[in-house]
Ligand binder design. Structure first.
Ligand SMILES: Cc1ncc(COP(=O)(O)O)c(C=O)c1O
Length: 470
C-alpha cells in the first residue's frame, strides 16, 4: 500500500470509530508527519485523499476538521455472514444496527423516541444528598425499596399480592434470567426452551454448561404442551425458560387456560418455570395478559421482567419475583455484581410515582399498534406471494415465513448491502432450521424511509425468488 494511503486509512479509522468526531480538529500536517513518520508532502497527499472522500475539510488559516457525517454513503461492503457461528451471527446483527444510517428492522430494541427519556433523566440528575450518599448501601440487593414498592403496585394490577421484599432488582431481565437459571439448575442439566425463541436464552443456558432442549412453539398460542410433556417424560428437565406474553420472535400470547395447564404440568414434576416477561405491558387489546405466576401455588415460577421494553431501554433495570428461590437469587445477585447503580433505580421509581406511567404506556401501546398496521400493509404489498405474516397482539416484532426457496441469511446479506438490517430466522434456533424466516421490528417511527426499507426487503425477496432455477 502506498504510504499516503496507509496514513489516510489510519486517520479514517479514527473517524469511523468516533475517536475523532464531526467538527474535531485533525492533526496539523506537521503533527501528522511526525506521528506517522512521513514527509509533510505525504501527509498532505493523505489529507487530500480524505478530503476527496468527504471525511475532512480544510479551513483556511486554521487547519483540517472532521466533516459532518453523511448518510451511510461510505458504507463498507459487509462481510459475508454465512459461515458464522450462532453467537457470531447474533453479534453481527447487533453490530449491523449500530452502523450509522442503517434502517434497524432487525433490531431487538424498541425505538428510543417512544420513551419519556428526558423526564426520567431529570430525576436521575436531581438525587437528594441522602440518595446520592447512601444509595450504595440502601440499594444493595434486593435493590431500591421505593422501586420495589412501585413494582409491587404493578403486580397488584395483575391481581397479584406481592411483597416488595420478594422482588429483586437486577441488570435488565437478562441478569434476572441468568441468576434464576443458576439458582434452579446446575451444569449438565437440561433446560427446555421454545423454538423459535429469543437467542440470548439459549446462549445463557449454554454458557452455564447446561443443555438446551428446544420445544416447538405455536405461532399464536405459545409452547406446545404435548411436545413439552413428551420431553419431560423422556428427559430429566431442570427448568423451563419461556415467554408466554408476546413471545419473541412470534408475538404469540398464551391463552390463560393454557398458562394454568402449563404451571400444573410442571408442578407435577416439581420443574421450575422461569418466565421471561419483558413484553407484558405492550398489549394491543383492552386487558393486560395474565402471568403464569398467577397460577403458581408452590413458588415454582420465577417471574423475570424489566423496563427495557416499556419505559427506559438504556437504564438496564429489571427484576425478578423468584418464588421459593428468592433467597438463592438474592445471594447470587450479591455474588454476581454486588448491586446495580442507584441513580437509574431511583429515577424510574420517581417517574412511576410522580409522572403518568399509565398514560405513557397507553401512548406506547397505541403507537406500536398503529406501526404494526402500517408495516403489515407494506409487507402485504411488497413481499412475494405465499409469505405468511404473524399476527402479534402485542410487542413490536413481526415474524415472516417466506417462500421456502428464500434463504434468509442470503437476504440478510443483500439487505445489509442496501443499509437495511433484518433478523434472519436461524438466529432463533440452535438447530439448522428456520432458513426461510425473518423477524422485523415495527417500533420505529413510521417514516417514508422505514416504509421504503420494508418495501425494499420485499422486493429483494421477490427478486431472489424469481432468480431461483425452476
Ligand atoms: C424475550 C426477551 N427477553 C429478554 C430480553 C432482554 O431484556 P433486558 O434488556 O431487560 O435484559 C429481550 C430483548 O430483546 C427479549 O426479547
Amino acid at each position: 500500500m502506498k504510504l499516503y494511503v496507509s496514513v489516510a486509512a489510519r486517520i479514517r479509522a479514527l473517524i469511523d470509530e468516533s475517536v475523532l468526531r464531526p467538527g474535531d480538529k485533525v492533526f496539523s500536517l506537521r503533527q501528522a508527519s511526525q506521528k506517522y513518520n512521513v514527509s509533510i508532502s505525504t501527509a498532505l497527499k493523505a489529507y487530500e485523499l480524505l478530503e476527496a472522500d468527504g471525511l475532512i475539510n480544510s479551513h483556511p488559516q486554521s487547519g483540517y476538521y472532521v466533516s459532518p457525517r453523511k448518510a451511510a454513503s461510505k458504507r463498507e461492503t459487509p462481510r459475508r455472514e454465512f459461515n458464522l457461528s450462532h453467537a457470531e451471527l447474533v453479534l453481527s446483527t447487533l453490530r449491523s444496527i449500530r452502523e450509522f444510517g442503517t434502517i434497524p428492522l432487525g433490531s431487538p430494541f424498541p425505538d428510543a423516541h417512544l420513551f419519556p427519556v428526558k423526564a426520567i433523566h431529570r430525576y436521575e440528575t436531581t438525587l437528594n444528598s441522602d440518595e446520592a450518599e447512601w444509595g450504595v448501601l440502601n440499594d444493595l440487593p434486593p435493590g431500591n425499596e421505593s422501586l420495589r414498592q412501585q413494582i409491587a403496585k404493578r403486580y397488584l394490577k395483575h391481581g397479584l399480592d406481592v411483597s416488595p421484599r420478594d422482588i429483586i432488582i437486577t441488570h435488565g431481565a437478562t441478569e434476572a434470567i441468568n441468576l434464576c437459571l443458576q439458582a434452579v439448575a446446575k451444569p449438565g442439566d437440561t433446560i427446555a426452551l421454545e423454538s423459535p425463541g429469543y437467542y440470548a436464552l439459549a446462549h445463557a443456558v449454554e454458557r452455564m454448561g447446561m443443555k438446551v432442549a428446544e420445544v416447538r412453539t405455536h405461532p399464536t398460542e405459545g409452547i406446545e404442551l404435548d411436545a413439552l410433556a413428551a420431553l419431560i417424560q423422556n428427559v430429566k428437565v431442570g427448568a423451563l425458560l419461556l415467554t408466554t406474553n408476546f413471545q419473541n420472535p412470534l408475538g404469540a400470547l398464551m391463552p390463560d387456560a393454557k398458562k394454568k395447564a402449563l404451571v400444573d404440568l410442571l408442578a407435577q414434576q416439581q420443574i421450575p418455570l422461569i418466565e421471561d416477561d419483558v413484553y407484558q405491558e405492550l398489549y394491543f387489546g383492552d386487558e393486560i395478559p395474565k402471568l403464569t405466576k398467577s397460577y403458581d401455588q408452590q413458588g415454582l415460577v420465577l417471574h423475570c421482567a424489566s423496563f427495557s421494553k416499556s419505559l427506559a431501554p438504556g437504564y438496564r433495570v429489571g427484576w425478578t419475583l423468584a418464588g421459593k428461590y428468592r433467597r438463592d437469587v438474592e445471594k447470587l445477585m450479591f455474588l454476581n455484581s454486588v448491586s446495580i447503580p442507584s441513580a437509574p433505580q431511583i429515577a424510574i421509581a420517581k417517574f412511576m410515582k410522580r409522572d403518568s406511567y399509565e398514560q405513557h404506556l397507553k401512548n406506547l401501546r397505541h403507537a406500536l399498534k398503529c406501526n404494526y398496521v402500517l408495516m403489515r400493509k407494506a409487507i402485504e404489498d411488497s413481499f412475494p406471494q405465499g409469505t405468511q405474516i404473524s399476527t402479534p397482539t402485542g410487542g413490536y416484532v413481526v415474524w415472516l415465513e417466506l417462500p421456502e426457496a428464500i434463504d434468509s441469511l442470503n437476504l440478510y446479506q443483500q439487505c445489509l448491502e442496501k443499509g437495511i438490517s433484518i433478523a434472519p430466522g436461524p438466529l432463533f434456533t440452535r438447530k439448522k432450521e428456520l432458513i426461510n424466516y425473518i423477524r422485523l421490528n415495527f417500533s420505529h417511527q413510521w417514516t417514508p424511509s422505514i416504509e421504503q426499507a420494508v418495501r425494499d426487503v420485499g422486493s429483494l425477496a421477490r427478486k431472489m425468488l424469481a432468480n431461483q432455477p425452476s
